[in-house]
Design a protein around this ligand. Structure first.
Ligand SMILES: [Zn+2]
Length: 386
């Protein structure tokens, strides 16, 4: 093989251009966008987030001398919605698209920016996923099932997270972010063990894996006091630490450290309608527990994890996911989707069988129930998440 065609694996690390987090950070959005050289940005958001942020953003754009144009986000990050927004960008001559709000608006901004060939910016008002940081979107079907990951050659040019908004949002959002972020190290560790590739077509760098582990450490230290603070709409150092974990470190860690079974199980769960009451991070937590079972993690690891995440308000049982009475046929549908050829479950160091994965899912029920009992939580029910 000549040197030119040699495909020796290389290590790859990806990151956004700049990351800005703190109380009132959204008030700096205009100046930061202007700093990117933009003269005609487009802000993609839904009516609820627009109502909450319009005053702050108007003032910030005025100060920066930028025109403010809002586009209403349709609610589901589908290919059709991304194409529609791309037409708005083209017709309006916009030079940057800002996804404002949560992961779905942000993922749609990335897809439409890529369609139009303009940079994209994430402006997060919740910390429910690591979408603001990454260079991929999760594309859903109109009915809300996982369709595909869409990869871009760039991360967001800028990420802004306003922790005051995070603290004022329902605590369930931050809890979901904790679920998404906990999976980061579980999966990055598996990818490193297997010498598999990360999400940016390279081997994980030490930075990628180490940031995933730092994410894990920060969550164990700060997640419970942070969730308690957000219940009271407070921004404390624990809240700042957990938002950094759920947004920056989880994003860098999953993308450059790699995904494995937890997110594949999440994707499998989206294939079944009765799990749709759960958010991304909540379904990911079922995925994390399933991966730990598949890996044969000792009870000394899996039990404290199940207890901690139950205390953090995350589902730890199939019952909470709406699958308490699910027969094998339903779980088979989940497993089939989780094991699709493109899925990241194949990045594990071993190749579990369909039956292995189904049995691991069944086993989560008992582990999760016992953990809930130990931390004094009652009978699990899907109604806790509606
Ligand atoms: Zn995720």
């Amino acid at each position: 093989m000549s040197e030119k065609t040699d495909r020796t694996p290389v290590s790859v690390f990806a990151s956004p251009g700049r990351y800005v987090q703190g109380r009132g950070a959204l008030g700096r959005l205009g100046a930061l966008i202007s700093g990117l050289g933009s003269r005609r940005p487009l802000v993609l958001t839904d009516d609820v987030v627009r109502g909450l942020t319009e005053e702050v953003i108007t003032e910030s754009f005025e100060e920066a001398g930028l025109p403010l144009v809002f586009e209403r986000f349709g609610g589901v990050p589908t290919s059709a919605e991304a194409e529609r927004v791309a037409r708005v960008i083209d017709e309006g001559g916009h030079d940057v698209v800002i996804g404002l709000g949560g992961g779905t608006a942000i993922d749609t901004a990335k897809a439409s920016g890529d369609n139009s060939g303009v940079p994209w910016v994430s402006a997060a008002t919740v910390a429910s996923t690591d979408a603001p940081t990454s260079a991929l979107s999760v594309i859903y079907t109109e009915s809300g099932s996982f369709e595909a990951y869409r990869f871009y050659d760039r991360n967001p040019a800028l990420v802004v997270v306003d922790t005051q908004y995070v603290a004022e949002a329902p605590v369930r959002f931050l809890s979901a972010g904790v679920g998404d972020a906990f999976a980061t190290w579980i999966e990055a560790r598996a990818v490193r063990r297997a010498h598999s590739q990360n999400m940016v077509e390279g081997l994980p760098t030490h930075a990628g894996s180490t940031l995933a582990e730092l994410c894990w450490d920060l969550l164990w230290r700060s997640a419970l006091p942070a969730l308690e603070a957000v219940e009271k709409n407070l921004v404390t150092p624990d809240v700042e630490a957990v938002v950094e974990a759920t947004t920056l470190l989880s994003g860098l860690g999953f993308e450059s450290g790699g995904l494995a079974a937890a997110h594949a199980i999440h994707d499998g769960l989206t294939a079944v309608d009765r799990t749709h009451h759960l958010t991304h991070g909540e379904k990911v937590n079922i995925g994390s527990l399933t991966q730990l079972v598949l890996e044969g993690a000792p009870a000394s690891e899996i039990d404290p994890f199940a207890e901690f995440t139950a205390r953090a308000g995350l589902p730890t049982t199939l019952t909470e996911a709406g699958l308490g009475d699910a027969d094998d046929a339903v779980l088979d549908e989940v497993v089939r989707a989780a094991m699709a050829p493109s899925e990241t479950i194949h990045k594990l160091a071993f190749e579990p069988s369909h039956r292995d994965v189904r049995d691991a899912l069944h086993a989560v029920e008992g582990i999760g129930r016992r953990a809930r009992t130990r931390v004094g939580l009652g009978e699990p029910t899907p109604e806790d998440y509606t």
